[in-house]
Design a protein around this ligand. Sequence first.
Ligand code: GLY
Length: 568
Amino acid sequence: MKRAIVLLLLLLLLLLVPVSTFAWTREPLRARNGVVASVDPIASRIGVEVMKKGGNAVDAAVAVGFVLAVTWPSAGNLGGGGFMLVRTADGKAEAIDYRERAPLAATRTMYLDEKGEVVKGLSTDSYKAAGVPGTVAGLALAHQKYGKLKWADLVEPARTLAADGFEVSHALATSLRRESTIKKLAKWPESRRIFQRNGRFYELGEKFVQPELAATLARIKTDPREFYEGETARIFASEMKKNSGLITAEDLKTYEPTVRTPIKGTYRGYEIVSMPPPSSGGIALIEMLNMLEPIDLEALGWNSAFYVHNVIEVMRRAFSDRAHHLGDTDFVKVPVEGLLSKQYAAKRRAGINPYRAAVSTGVKPGAPEPAETTHFSIIDSEGNVVSNTYTINDSYGAGATVAGLGFLINDEMDDFTAQPGVPNGYGLVQGEANSIQPRKRPLSSMTPTIVLQDGKVVFALGSPGGPTIINTVLLTILNVIDFGMNIQQAIDAPRFHHQWLPDSVYWEEHGFSPDTRAALERMGHIFRDKPGFSELTTIGDAHVAGIIGDGVRMGASDARRGGAAAGY
Ligand code: GLY
């Protein structure tokens, strides 16, 4: 009798508790005032502490940006660049472009040998791979325009972590012990000494102290221009020269970030605000959403073969356009309006066979009328939002640490077209619009994005992952808008990716049932032989901050690289 009552009560409980339609039911973090979602729990916590002290989302972003340069060295950086999308509570949105620029001595053929062939590794594993870093200037500009707290107080947490050390996380220990990281860093004595203790690899929970980086941060703390004109700049330029790099004191002195107007699109009544060129992300994202809008994805069903087929086909087309049309708009003409128009999307969509995969080499760019990286999203108590993605390109950049300064140099020059038609490190085939010129910025896939409804922020998001960034952002948006997932479910869900060339579907383990995959293969889709992208078995690493109707803030961090959201 007792058992029957217990069973009845359990049954009643099941009826009363709303059961999600999704197996992955992690809830986002909820907080009343502000949230930070990033790849690193320490960085997220420090971002929240800054807001608790009266700082806004931009103050928190500056502190998080510097902390990640200490605690997440594969992508957090002083030696790279990125994009920060800021939307203030009054509804104004601005994009700060602090992407690296090609050095003054760069030339369009600098990575080719005398036979005109690409020299392997020159644009990825050498001092010549580095573009002029923009991170310090970008964070300083954001602070100057929006910050409330003192600059020095925002750099200090990072300096303390570098000087006193922090406990190595499982994610960092794993990343430092990855075979490719070991090989890449071991080539450079300074990197081998700092990140590998000359062969005594860091273990989970060990303390990682970086005195040279702490000293660099101490100088930046007094004045951000110091990085470009002071002792740091002097050491940087001299190390560049010693190692046959191109960046000079003049390059550093003249580097400036650029404020840009974000690009905008709409999707099923939502407004999408994203990054303009030199990012390809915003344009490709909106182009894909425009192509998908008239298709009833919900009726097709999440991750059904027909859903995946349609999404792959729009990815294929947007990436073909990316390769052909996109580059730094300060140097080349890009048909932005055309690529973003719903009419253009309709024409592009008309070429999709509903039952058959296209062959990428047969998908030419349309004619519109006219690596590691890391992302964090922040919302503060006033409703200001920051969506920031920054990078040194590949994991640990070019692998070289600047002696005496303690930070890694980027290999962002590999994002340029070294030779039209020859794939770069991400397998991306690119075009003339993205050729190398002094001071030009290489085309990026970084896609910091904010989604609004009725003028109010719903969520801000972004991801690392080279070209997979754009598709990670796309799938996350579709998961929320078309399939009603919460932001945590939306990023936990398995992903897929297609980038036109190579003509392959990239996939995550358990993402497709065997019969779904077989159905897609029957349609002509070609699956990559192993899961993931590049050497990772996963795709992307999204970090999302959102607000729900009653004003509660939500944070969702991707578990793929051990991220954690924090709030208060
Ligand atoms: N370095 C990767 C990107 O900007 O797309």
